[in-house]
Design a protein around this ligand. Structure first.
Ligand code: GDP
Length: 300
């Protein structure tokens, strides 16, 4: 699994190595090394604030370990990055009793529906009973797409017609989940960030119904972000955090980007844990987030 993960992240990996390879090989540890490191971090889409903080962490580690040669920096870089990524807890939260309700939010095209399919497959493989809820009732295509995933992974989908009240879909999904002893209910939602007021009202209503019908829920609100959008993805995290209580992030499409660094400011600046990463379009292409494995894949 780790190899596949590394391969998936090859593009971001290569870019850090490419940019810093020469610096690490041939230089004494002076200020210019740290400057180039900071530039490489920014180029990998970590943003200025996080890039600066990370360089300071590496510098502190170098001082502590009395490192004098730049050759030893890659290891310190992994250590600092891994520590920064561990600031937030990446474990999924489950209900202590009854079904666990997971709301998926995010803009259209980020990979919400695909991630729901992959998550369903992941938990079904673990022997859990999974139910899907098509609460993105705005687009008929979204309902169709979730049904297709339901077919593919062999999982029931609770749905209404297009234009129906999303909260009513959640209501039905919870009743069905209870009746069928589901362990996990994965809910798709509409992602119209252009209309923030509407989105807020819709998610608030879903929340209200969920909390009433299944006390303690939603147990997770996972924001899905396209990892190829760089700093734009970071802005989406900010906006969604204002609208809804995001409990974790899924970064998708990390197989197709040199910008894997986006994960760091999400954790460090936004204070939201990354819980999963998407590394392809197939049902197996989802990995629980692992701080050390991720740091190693990005750095080494
Ligand atoms: P939604 O609108 O947020 O539900 O997004 P979709 O789930 O429909 O995904 C949009 C496109 O991104 C689809 O073509 C997916 O196959 C693709 N996609 C989703 N996740 C990944 C991923 O991790 N890697 C790659 N390469 N493509 C992905």
């Amino acid at each position: 699994l780790f190899d596949r993960f590394k391969k998936g992240l090859q593009k971001s990996r290569t870019s850090l190595v490419e940019r810093l390879g020469n610096v690490f090989r041939s230089r004494k540890l002076d200020e210019s090394v740290y400057e180039e490191m900071e530039e490489a971090f920014i180029a990998a889409d970590m943003g200025v604030e996080t890039a600066f903080a990370l360089v300071e962490d590496v510098r502190a580690l170098a001082r502590k370990n009395k490192v004098e040669n730049a050759e030893q920096l890659p290891e310190l870089m992994v250590e600092a990055m891994s520590k920064m990524l561990s600031e937030q807890d990446s474990e999924m939260r489950f209900a202590t009793d009854g079904p666990t309700l997971v709301l998926m939010v995010g803009v259209n095209g980020a990979g919400k529906t695909t991630t729901i399919g992959k998550l369903a497959h992941y938990y079904l493989t673990e022997g859990k009973r999974v139910l899907l809820a098509a609460a993105d009732t705005f687009r008929a295509a979204a309902i169709e797409q979730l049904l297709a995933w339901g077919d593919r992974v062999d999982c029931d989908v609770i749905r209404h017609t297009q234009g129906a009240d999303p909260a009513a879909v959640i209501f039905d999904a919870i009743q069905a989940g209870r009746a069928r002893n589901a362990d996990i209910i994965l809910c798709d939602t509409a992602g119209r960030l252009q209309n923030k007021t509407h989105l807020m009202a819709e998610l608030a209503k879903i929340h209200k119904v969920a909390a009433r019908e299944l006390p303690g829920s939603p147990h997770e609100v996972l924001l899905v972000i396209d990892g190829t959008t760089g700093q734009n993805g970071l802005n989406q995290a900010k906006v969604f955090k204002e609208v809804v209580d995001v409990s974790g992030i899924v970064v998708t499409k990390l197989d197709g980007t040199a910008k894997g660094g986006i994960v760091l400011p999400i954790v460090h600046e936004q204070g939201i844990p990354v819980k999963w990463i998407g590394l392809g379009e197939g049902m197996d292409d989802l990995q629980p987030f692992d701080a050390t494995a991720f740091a190693e894949a990005v750095c080494k």
